[in-house]
Structure formats: structure tokens, C-alpha cells
Unconditional design. Sequence first.
Length: 420
Amino acid sequence: MTITASQIQSASQALRAVLRFDYPADAVLSRYFRDLRELGARDRAFVAEAVYGVLRRKRMLERLCGPEVSPRQLVLAWLARVEGLTLRQLGEGLHGRDTDFFTAIKGRELPEGSLAETTDLPEWLAERLLATRTPEQVQALAQSLNRPAPLDLRVNPLKLDRDALIEKLRADGIACAAAPLSPLAVRLEGKPALQKHPLFLDGSFEVQDEGSQLLGFLVQPKRGEMVVDFCAGAGGKTLLLGALMRNSGRLYAFDVSDKRLAKLKPRVARSGLSNVHPVVIASENDPRVKRLAGKIDRVLVDAPCSGLGTLRRNPDLKWRQSPESVAELTAKQAAILASAARLVKAGGRLVYATCSLLPEENEAIVAAFLAAHPGFVQVSAGEILGKQGITVGDAEQLHLSPAEHDTDGFFAAVLERSAG
């Protein structure tokens, strides 16, 4: 791999914008690429890889380089120490002081650091993770979070089965295999471009992390039921719920963002579903929510959260979140769960889920809810999945980890309203 001077310059400019942490890294990069349309596909790939690589290993790189390090130096240090490139591979990409800096960083000994520094985590997050894990477990978790995520697909069972999808993708030269947990998941080798693939365009598959897919199997919707995806977003889980309902019944996709729900509409059209009803709500207390009180068979609350279980994809979140932002989120999570619970009919099911690793967003929210709502009981997530042939152990709550399961970090609890 030979890196050019212009690639290093572009990556440095993009990283400078991302490190302001005003907006999510993916949004900043999208804007950067829109403004620089002359960048080719290889250049864009390098810029994205460099930016995300630095974000993952930021603390280690800063320890190597010192406190006054520039974005350009962070990119060079990442190339030298994480990617292991040599001066020869950088070809004409380095000159003068860059060459001296690269050579010095290449041979510099890494100073000893705290657990947070050696795991590339902010101090507050390392402390929170240590509250429920050993230092060795935090190390293993952080190492898994600092690796790029694999690319998972979810087959649309209304269009074809998983084996047929794998066969068709392999015939097109796309290396893939059945993923181990979700019966609908296919894991790809590498990151091929799929947006224009005929099977994507006809709705035969969607891109969806395998862990995210398991939430649909916890909801376990049946034909003809009334189901609500309470925080639907762009609708990845909505599409799965609709398919599991075999395109029958009525499936409401609630969200406070009309922009997010607008992204759901073309996906629904591709999928062939006709039972999905997107609804923009003002808040969890919207009158449209109240009108459905006690009428819904199953409700999924994939709550707004810190997203710290998705650091493989969104490494900027560990630098953008804070104890204060998490505290704000926990108040919102408790309010949303309480509101969503009002929808559930007697004997119905409520699934609370996040892509967070923090107990205050997960177990603590569920415990407080159950204490305040004696009409609900918790049922075993492991048993529900096990009866569907999904093996993740028999724990009452679902905990998925990139270290153990090679999925994003997910938490889920299954709550059922008593029939009486």
C-alpha cells in the first residue's frame, strides 16, 4: 500500500473537522466528501479509514505524540504505529519535518498508562465499565471495540431464504457465510459496495448487525397482531418485525423525527411490506400514542441511548458522550419505557433494548420500571431465543458483546403484562 501526499492532506483536513466533535463523525465525513467531489473512491476509503482509525486509538496516539499533537501528526502516527507502514510505503507522501516525525514515532517507546489510556477510553467510561467488570474483561471488551465491525446482512424471508441469498452472493463473487446467531443473518468478508446490487434494490436483503436482528426475535410478533416499534428511526427493526408477521396484522413505526421516518418509506417499498404504518409523534406522550393504550400485542422500545455498544462503527461516541449526557439519556429512557408500557394489552409483551454497555441505561432502567409497574413481570430472554433455535445462553436478560459474540453491544429485557 502506497500513500500519497494528497491522501495524507485530505485525511488531516477531515480529521481536524471531526475532532471538533460538534457533529457525528459519519455526518462530518459525508459533508467533507460532498464538498470535495474530486476525491476518488480510493482516496475516500483512505480518508475514512484514517479518521476512524485515529478515533479508535486516539489516547494511545496522543501518549506517543505528546499533548500538542496536530491532526496531521495523528494521521502519520496512526500510519506508523497502528498500520505499521514504512517510509518507503509512504512514497512521496512525506517531506522534511514529516519524515523526521514519522521516523521518531516509529521507534518511540510507548509510555506506561492507566487502564483508560491503554484501552483508548475516556477516564469516566473506563471507571463505569470497571464497576461491573474486571480489568481483564475491560481490556478484552475495549480491544474488540477498537476493531472495525464486520458487515452483516439480514435476508428478507418474504423474498428468499438465507441459503439462496448466500448462493446468489457467492455467484457474484461476494464471499459470505451464515452468521452464527440470527437465523436470517449473513456475514460478509470485507466491505463490498452493495447499494446498487440487484438483490438490495429488490429488497431481498438489508444491512443490519446480527445483534440488532435478535431484538426482533425477542419481540416474536405473530401473524395478525398489532405491534409497535416505538423508536423506529430509519426502520431496520421495523422491517424485520413486518417480515416476521408475514406482512399481516398492523405494524406502527413511531418516531419523533420525520427525517428518520422518511428514510423508512423507500425501504418499506423495496421490502414488499404493506402492513407498516409510519407515524411521526411529538413526544412519548403524543395523543396518537394514548389512543392505542391497552390495544397493542407487542411493543419494541429500542431506546435512544449513548450508543457505546456501537463503538466499532462509531468510535467518536466515546469522545462525544459524557456522564452528563448519559444522565440526560437515562431520564429520557425511563419516560419512554413508561409511556410505551401503556400501549401493551393484558398478556402482551414489551421489549426494552439499547445499544449501550452501561448498567444505568440498561438493568437500572428495567429494575426501576418493574418496581413502579407491578402489572409487568420479566421473562427470560435466553429461553425465548432458545425456543427459536437461537443459542445465546439462558440468561434472563440479553447481553451481547463484540468481545464474546462479535456483534455490536446490545442489552434487552422482555417484560410481559399480566393477563389478569
